[in-house]
Design a protein around this ligand. Structure first.
Ligand code: ZN
Length: 200
């Protein structure tokens, strides 16, 4: 017989009608100890009362009503990772051969785009009869608009290069940046999925 009084979870085990090696000493204690017997009886009354409660069927809207009052907190890094994940999984095919094809197609497209941009930059005057006024205005607008981004990615000298070079170079740089961003997305996705595998 257990010499000390029963712990709450031991009372619960008796209330649940559990069987097993540890139950006999608990039952022996309850037979001898009025205090624990009273505790067990009180617990049994509670269980009976709960079992005789009318069955509750919440309305179908119950969950919505509760959740409408609950603020679900999502940490920004989780939200960002999920958003990046959704974007990349929309862009990147699931099967490996398709991924290789898509990657090759993307690189080819970017290269072609760059070539077209550089050619356009060199021949822009001839193709569109751009006056020197229009071109310098376009260049100034580009430097103003994306100069900061380009300086961050390619270094401050590149902005000077834009001032002297044609807009094709700028467009080529932008195309390169898009490819870099897509590659970064792929790296993030790979890291996220391998982290998930590591956790599982
Ligand atoms: Zn006792």
């Amino acid at each position: 017989m257990t010499t000390r009084h029963l712990l709450p979870d031991e009372i619960d085990q008796l209330l649940d009608g559990e069987v097993g090696f540890g139950i006999a000493p608990l039952e022996a204690h309850v037979r001898e100890c009025a205090e624990c017997r009273a505790e067990l009886e009180a617990g049994r009354r509670v269980v009976d009362a709960i079992e005789h409660l009318p069955r509750l069927a919440p309305t179908p809207l119950f969950t919505d009503q509760v959740m409408a009052r609950v603020t679900v907190y999502e940490p920004w890094e989780v939200a960002m990772r999920d958003a990046a994940d959704r974007w990349v999984s929309r862009l990147v095919p699931r099967s490996r051969p398709l991924r290789v094809v898509a990657g090759a197609a993307g690189i080819t497209l970017a290269a072609a785009l760059s070539v077209v941009c550089v050619w356009l930059g060199a021949h822009l005057d001839a193709v569109f009869f751009f006056g020197s006024m229009a071109r310098s205005r376009l260049r100034a607008a580009l430097v103003e608009g994306v100069g900061g981004v380009i300086a961050t990615v390619f270094g401050p000298q590149s902005v000077d290069a834009i001032r002297t070079a044609g807009p094709g170079l700028v467009l080529g740089m932008l195309a390169t940046m898009v490819v870099l961003l897509l590659a970064a997305g792929l790296v993030v996705r790979t890291a996220v999925s391998s982290a998930r595998r590591g956790r599982a």
